[in-house]
Design a protein around this ligand. Structure first.
Ligand SMILES: C[S@@+](CC[C@H](N)C(=O)[O-])C[C@H]1O[C@@H](n2cnc3c(N)ncnc32)[C@H](O)[C@@H]1O
Length: 223
């Protein structure tokens, strides 16, 4: 049994949500591209080209994973800073950048997007794809994104969340606890309220994919 501290509180012996994500995604990393490829084909659709076409200047990618968006950044992108909690996911993203010949403009690091080690107004674009569903404190990530975006800078999101069909949202609600527990995935997390509460202006929300479960979001930091 865990001994109480002098203050009377029992220290929490469980691992943190962040440690669980590292553990889970380090193990998933070798299989991630195949798995997400199937899900995109069957349910989400293809959105990485849409994201890449909207990124400009210095880009911060939240939860960059294995770097599946890297091939889609064009000449308008000067630099990509990609952060992820999982070292194994980052190792694959670095290998992809090397294979693409873009390692020189790409800085891929293990890091926590809930506490960014970047100055304010540092980036032109913040990108997040399929990551808000996993971040333990999405409001902290949205607030940090707003802080590091320059005024007028853009946030580009492709995330999944509740369906536009009530029956599908109901079905998702039944399996959501298992997804949260085993895949660190909140199936029903709508990303838009976090972005608004962070003080960003939401310019566009499009619903895509099977039952509208995919949210394509464009927002910007006001001047
Ligand atoms: C479902 S994957 C998505 C990866 C990638 N964005 C993509 O589109 O394929 C979610 C990623 O978010 C990362 N992640 C979760 N919470 C994070 C945090 N607080 N800071 C940085 N990365 C985080 C996980 O390690 C994982 O690689």
């Amino acid at each position: 049994m865990t001994a109480p501290t002098p203050g009377g509180r029992v220290p929490d012996a469980r691992i943190s949500a962040e440690q669980a994500i590292v553990h889970g995604f380090d193990h998933l990393a070798p299989h991630y591209d195949r798995m997400i490829g199937v899900i995109e084909r069957l349910a989400f659709g293809r959105h990485r080209g849409w994201v890449g076409a909207r990124a400009r200047g210095r880009v911060l990618e939240l939860g960059v994973g294995t770097g599946l968006n890297l091939p889609h950044y064009g000449a308008a992108v000067a630099e990509v800073i990609g952060l992820d909690l999982s070292g194994q996911m980052i190792a694959r993203a670095r290998a992809r950048a090397r294979d693409l010949g873009t390692a020189g403009r790409t800085d891929l690091q293990v890091g926590d997007v809930q506490r960014l080690d970047l100055p304010g107004s540092h980036v032109d674009t913040v990108v997040s794809t399929l990551t808000f569903c996993t971040i333990p404190d999405p409001q902290a990530a949205a607030d940090e994104s707003a802080r590091v975006l320059r005024p007028g800078g853009r946030m580009v999101l492709v995330e999944h969340g509740p369906s536009t069909r009530r029956w599908l949202t109901g079905a998702m609600a039944r399996v959501d606890p298992a997804f949260q527990r085993w895949a660190h995935d909140h199936l029903l997390r709508d990303p838009v309220p976090y972005v608004r509460r962070a003080g960003l202006v939401v310019d566009k929300v499009e619903r895509r994919g099977v039952g509208g479960v995919v949210f394509r979001v464009l927002a910007h930091r006001p001047h």
